[in-house]
Design a protein around this ligand. Structure first.
Ligand code: NI
Length: 393
């Protein structure tokens, strides 16, 4: 790595401190006006206006409501993408804060308002340092992280073209504000879905021998599906098979002709994913043969696991140490999904966990009471700006 000016640390600290009050004000504004997936029109407008104010060239309307900013260094070099998500959740906020959501049933309960403003801060700091950078920073403000897949749409519109490596962040209330979490290897889960329809033959509840009961078959099936994790998947790998919905029947004395099950599979290793998919299909065949039902199985592979690149992780940890000291700890992986995984499947990538717990609070993300400590914005800016500056030194 090339030399870094001795005063880089002070420069990043000063630039961050100068913009921090504005970032907190922007965050409160975005927090008060949450928008769900692909509805982030107002949020994208706030982002674009702030990029304009900072003199950062940008394009809006990428991946529907996404925004991409570009910071060009003084010298040629790699393209580093830094991605933040912008969407809120369909949750009724119950924090009672002065800047709580003004929109019924919508809330920034996953802290994507924090991510959006953190990336604006990273842009502000790196724009000031651009004379010292060799390469380009691409700031990706992504819509629709929750469930729908804004990353996929932005990638389809070329947002990753030419990108050499990528960074992202997520706030974590399980980590104290001022500290960071790192996860080696697969950091989030592959998220797959399955639907199973058991077709039987309806009849009177008093004469089951004259019918084919899909409810009894479903009961057996759900029990047997539990053996996939315990008997099929390698014990050292993590995997979850959950049936979250089951629909059958109308009346207590009627055997229905069908029963539908909907479920999710979470896994961190491809081998576990393969074992779960083949296990579900095999068990369904067995149930069909044993209990005379017809069994239709549909298994859909969704997001892959987010693979943190070890070299990118080490560069980030070294940058954090240089900027802030020894404040990054190993953290456990999650079996939740994260669509930054699609970008991480294309280039070496790392997602940093930024501690956001507010002293005295224990609420978590996706909770109507969630209140991150807003100082996590400044900490996120310091860590990611330093990492980008070191990578593009
Ligand atoms: Ni999130």
């Amino acid at each position: 790595m090339t030399q870094i000016p001795n005063d880089l640390r002070a420069a990043i600290d000063a630039a961050t401190a100068a913009i921090e009050p504005r970032l907190i004000a922007l965050r409160r504004d975005i927090h008060a006006h949450p928008e769900l997936a692909f509805e982030e029109v107002r949020t994208a407008g706030v982002v674009a206006a702030e990029l304009s104010r900072l003199g950062i060239e940008h394009r809006a309307g990428i991946g529907r409501t996404g925004v991409v900013g570009t910071i060009r260094g003084a010298r040629p070099g790699p393209i580093l993408a830094i991605r933040a998500d912008m969407d809120a959740l369909p949750i009724q906020e119950q924090t009672g804060l002065a800047y709580a959501s003004t929109i019924d049933g919508k809330m920034h309960a996953c802290g994507h308002d924090i991510h959006t403003t953190t990336l604006l801060g990273v842009g502000a700091v790196l724009q000031q340092l651009s004379g010292q950078l060799a390469g380009t920073v691409r700031l990706i403000f992504q819509p629709a992280e929750e469930a729908i897949g804004g990353a996929r749409e932005m990638i389809a519109e070329g947002v990753m073209e030419g990108v050499d490596m990528a960074l992202s962040l997520h706030n974590r209330p399980e980590i104290a504000v001022g500290r960071y979490g790192i996860v080696h290897g697969p950091a989030t889960a592959a998220t797959d879905e399955f639907d199973i329809v058991l077709h039987g033959k309806s009849g009177h509840g008093a004469r089951p021998y004259a019918a084919i009961d899909p409810i009894v078959a479903a009961a057996q099936l759900i029990g047997q599906l539990q053996t996939i994790v315990s008997r099929d998947v390698r014990a050292l790998d993590a995997c979850v098979v959950t049936v979250g919905a089951i629909h059958a029947g109308q009346a207590r004395n009627v055997i229905p002709d069908r029963c539908e099950l909907n479920g999710t599979v979470r896994s961190r290793q491809e081998a576990a994913r393969d074992a779960a998919e083949s296990g579900i299909k095999r068990i369904c065949e067995g149930i069909a043969a044993g209990l005379r039902v017809r069994c239709d199985v549909s298994y859909r592979r969704g997001m892959p696991a987010l693979m943190n690149d070890e070299a990118m992780l080490q560069r980030t940890v070294a940058a954090i140490r240089a900027q802030l000291g020894d404040v990054a700890d190993e953290f456990e992986p999650s079996l939740g999904g994260e669509d930054f995984a699609l970008m991480a499947a294309m280039v070496p990538a790392f997602r940093l966990l930024v501690g956001s717990s507010q002293p005295g609070r224990t609420d978590k993300v996706h909770n109507a009471h969630y209140q991150p400590d807003e100082r996590c914005i400044g900490y996120g800016v310091r860590a990611l700006a330093r990492t980008a500056a070191d990578i593009l030194a």
